[in-house]
Design a protein around this ligand. Structure first.
Ligand code: SF4
Length: 473
């Protein structure tokens, strides 16, 4: 088979990262090898996201830049997949006239067939068909080799919640859960080839299996935690209305479940939450966080916030700031509201002017920075189990300005904080490390987005999977 090259540009959430892996795996069967060099590509695919206007603009700006490459290389095949493709369909051809393929969120299985057709007939294709029940990869579908320590595995697709600002139910369809046996089989296979950490993905993992009468999410977690070789389990995303005491109990007792939860609150104002159709109140959210912290005192909590939702007043915004002060999140993903096609909020009046949104966003991010720094500073001096992922970015890019950085590794705490580390006495000893090892690192410095520490030998990190701190070193 002649080797051809695929350049895959993934924009958006972890769900798209997982889908891109599936795309690459399916196209490998046609002889397409992935490349990071755009100029080398015979096939370019952009896996798009439409959750915010900015992500959509990013996709179109990349596609616009492809025109020159297509001129130079007329045989190049270009395709757009993901949420923008699902939402826009054939309309994308008008904007990007040289595009060959538009495929929706449920067309990944059909992709090899579509590409073969384009290769033979040089035709243009749109495939945005959506089944009532999306098809998941089966247990016996070929699984890409686990070259990474950590991977995403989808446990469900779509969403039934219809938050008023969100397009997911429209572009990814209704919520459907994957059978637990298939999930377990995929993760077991990945663990056999070296996977140490898995992140279970779904738009609302807390409602896993309910519609289909499969097992509950906590039962699924318990089954996943029995997989041999797997050290850590993460999951995302949790919806506050469905986040329940069973899951809180599991987080407190299941040794393999990481000490981190991403629980998007979106706003601290009940009036705004109602207009967002979030189906919980600020009080309910605070109550769940209090119970969670009672059971898991070391847990890191991160969240999402939308600033400037239509009708958000200064008083509403102040309530959001109050909530941030009360909870002291470990980290926040905050965004300015943007209208999305098909989302009901696009038709809401009282749009907040952009300059107000910008100002509010800055105030909120500045406030959050103080808590992120405080949380990170509190870890200085602690000895934490870190799952070593590989050399740090700085080392890989050759950007070294200190001899010790020549052996700088990177990994994450159970609480999902990035730690770059080295061995101070014998820098070369870090060379003995392998990705996927659980090591103890004594934290020496805290920065706004990462921690810095040194490797501590002789402590039993592997026995403290969940990340209890020790100050032994
Ligand atoms: S829960 Fe709401 S925000 Fe999340 S995917 Fe579903 S509709 Fe969108």
């Amino acid at each position: 088979m002649v080797n051809k090259y695929l350049y895959l540009n993934t924009i958006g959430c972890q769900m798209n990262v997982y889908d891109s892996e599936q795309i690459a795996m399916r196209l490998a069967a046609l002889g397409y090898q992935q490349t990071s060099l755009l100029e080398k590509a015979d096939l370019v695919i952009v896996n798009t996201c439409t959750i915010r206007a900015k992500a959509e603009q990013k996709a179109f700006s990349f596609l616009g830049r492809l025109a020159r490459l297509k001129k130079k290389k007329p045989g190049l095949i270009t395709g757009v997949g993901g949420c923008v493709a699902q939402q826009e369909g054939e309309r994308i051809f008008k904007r990007i006239p040289y595009l060959d393929l538009v495929f929706g969120t449920q067309a990944i299985d059909r992709l090899p067939h579509l590409i073969q057709k384009i290769e033979k007939k040089r035709c243009r294709i749109v495939d945005i068909e959506q089944a009532d029940k999306p098809r998941f990869p089966e247990a016996n579908d070929r699984i890409a080799p686990a070259s990474q320590v950590s991977r995403f595995v989808t446990i469900m697709r779509g969403c039934d919640n219809f938050c008023s600002y969100c397009v997911v139910p429209h572009v990814r369809g209704r919520e459907t859960s994957r059978h637990p046996d298939v999930i377990i089989s995929e993760i077991r296979e990945l663990a056999r080839s070296g996977l140490k950490e898995v992140t279970l993905l779904g738009q609302n993992v807390n409602s896993y299996g309910k519609k289909e009468g499969l097992c509950s999410f906590t039962e699924l977690l318990s089954r996943v935690s029995q997989i041999e070789g797997l050290m850590r389990i993460r999951f995302t995303t949790s919806h506050p209305k469905d986040f329940d005491e069973d899951l809180i109990y599991a987080l407190g007792t299941n040794e393999k479940l990481c000490d981190h939860i991403h629980l998007p609150v979106q706003s601290g104002s009940n009036r705004v939450l109602k207009r967002m159709n979030r189906k919980y109140t600020k009080e309910l959210y605070l109550d769940k966080v209090a119970k969670l912290r009672d059971t898991c005192p070391d847990i890191a909590i991160t969240s999402d916030i939308i600033v400037g939702f239509p009708g958000e007043s200064e008083a509403d915004f102040d309530e959001t700031l109050d909530l941030i002060r009360t909870i002291e999140f470990d980290g926040l993903f905050a965004f300015k509201y943007s209208d999305r096609p098909n989302a009901p909020a696009a038709k809401f009046e009282e749009k907040v002017p952009d300059q107000h949104m910008k100002k509010r966003l800055q105030v909120l991010l500045d406030l959050q920075d103080t808590f992120t720094e405080k949380k990170n500073q509190a870890l200085v001096g602690a000895c934490l189990p870190i799952l070593a992922e590989g050399f740090s970015k700085r080392q890989s890019s050759g950007n070294l300005n200190h001899p010790l950085q020549a052996v700088q590794w990177t990994g994450r705490t159970s609480t999902n904080k990035i730690v770059n580390f080295y061995h101070d006495d014998n820098p070369e000893s870090c060379d003995d490390l392998s990705p996927g090892e659980l090591v103890d690192v004594k934290i020496e410095k805290a920065y706004s987005h990462s921690l810095w520490g040194k490797l501590v030998e002789g402590t039993a990190a592997a026995e403290r999977l969940k990340g209890d701190r020790s100050y032994a070193a």
